[in-house]
Design a protein around this ligand. Structure first.
Ligand SMILES: Nc1ncnc2c1ncn2[C@@H]1O[C@H](COP(=O)(O)OP(=O)(O)O)[C@@H](O)[C@H]1O
Ligand SMILES: [Mg+2]
Length: 229
């Protein structure tokens, strides 16, 4: 069994809406091991995106704890938290959020530039990642000149540029046809196998879960199934 990279205990998240409290996460206990690839399934509204946002420190939990490599993330605030997130966690969303004015290579470099790293230092790494996701001939294309599958592969390369330990993916194949969806999913698995990055992959599609190491199902703010594959 792999050691835990990320572990959350009794994680809860509530939102206030028009004076009413909506409990979205209701005591989630969950962990992701080093190098694991976890499919997170569940119907719409189950709380999958909220769980990803909270685990990714984009939003604070209402209660409960998150440990990353044994460190309690509630200790991190402000710039320290932003730096942690930028370096350790890569995000891929359903929509690629690439910057239209920039090339594929420039988009992949963006997290490094935000971190204040020199462009030269990361340029080679960004290029290698784009080669690895099959875009050797698309380095200088802009998003509008790429297909949906290619755009999502650029987003995946961008998520990997800081060499994160964890990739959080929220329905990254949700807008793709089946062939492209499988290709993007296989690239996540490839990157995990070759770079040791752990993957938490939200999907509606049971098919996508097949090649992952674990399947977790959420329902109504709780985990109702957690099994090795
Ligand atoms: N910022 C928010 N404010 C109020 N309610 C929210 C907010 N974000 C999510 N919710 C509610 O939480 C529930 C779960 O949403 P979400 O995490 O997006 O589920 P999923 O990704 O599984 O479809 C939904 O009922 C949604 O309306
Ligand atoms: Mg969602």
């Amino acid at each position: 069994m792999s050691s835990a990279l990320l572990e959350c205990k009794e994680l809860s998240k509530s939102f206030e809406k028009n004076g009413v409290t909506v409990d979205v996460l209701k005591g989630v206990n969950f962990s992701v091991g080093v190098g694991e690839t976890v499919a997170l399934l569940g119907s719409s509204g189950a709380g999958k995106s909220t769980l990803l946002h909270v685990l990714g420190t984009l939003e604070p939990p209402t209660s409960g704890s998150i440990h990353f490599m044994g460190k309690n993330l509630s200790q991190f605030r402000g710039e320290k938290l932003a730096n942690f997130r930028n370096r350790e966690i890569g995000f891929v969303f359903q929509f690629h959020y690439l910057l239209q004015e920039f090339t594929a290579l420039e988009n992949v470099l963006m997290p490094a530039l935000i971190a204040g790293a020199s462009k030269d230092e990361f340029r080679k790494r960004a290029e290698q990642l784009l080669v690895e996701v099959g875009l050797k001939d698309r380095l200088h294309h802009r998003p509008a000149e790429l297909s949906g599958g290619e755009q999502q592969r650029v987003a995946l390369a961008r998520a990997m540029v800081m060499n994160p330990r964890l990739l959080l993916a929220d329905e990254p194949t949700g807008n793709l046809d089946s062939a492209n969806a499988h290709m993007v999913k296989d690239l996540f698995l490839h990157l995990s196998a070759h770079k040791g990055v752990s993957v938490l992959f939200v999907t509606h599609d049971e098919e996508m879960a097949k090649d992952m190491t674990r399947k977790v199902v959420m329902k109504d703010g709780q985990i109702v199934l957690d099994s090795a594959l």
